[in-house]
Design a protein around this ligand. Sequence first.
Ligand code: TYD
Length: 205
Amino acid sequence: MNHRHFITFEGMDGAGKSTQIARTADWLRSRGHAVLLTREPGGTPLGESLRALLLHEAMHAETEALLMFAARREHLAQVIEPALARGEWVLCDRFTDASFAYQGGGRGLTAERLGILEQWVHGDLKPGLTLLFDLPCEVAARRLATTGSDPDRFEREQSAFFNRVRAAYLERARAEPARIRVLDASRPADGVSNELEEILSNYCY
Ligand code: TYD
């Protein structure tokens, strides 16, 4: 089941997701909605511990996928499902589409394998809306280079990896156009926000 109050944000590092998530939260709150902001991997104490391992420890690609979904199981049980049950809007910085893009497209795990984990961990529960902030990998890399922070295990990958991640995201968007909306994130943030507001106005009734 696609849950209307469950909105996820996807895209490559450097796409400007964080700014747009904050603006979405403001937009919903200004209309009187209760909003819960969270992120993956993470969102719970255990999930944040797993995040630290995932971002900094070398591991097998399948271990990485299993830990992503383990963190997600905890996140759903402790945070996402209870908030949806209370009638809140849940805005999640990355969710299962990221696993298909990074562990699938990036690392080469099959969609069948990942589909088994998806089914196990969240059955039919899907986001009602997924906003995919898309941009060419070179633009993302240039933006990341200016942040000055230490790159994590994913950010240190080569451009071929990010090209595969982007292609996998876009393929999922083509397969589920009603749920996944693609926004051109190579524009300045205000242009992206305007398009985002238009999507939200049509979606949040
Ligand atoms: P993110 O929080 O967006 O990174 P940052 O805080 O650096 O902006 O995501 C952390 C990394 O985790 C990101 O490079 C993508 C990766 N990731 C996966 O590979 N698979 C997943 O299922 C998820 C949720 C994230």
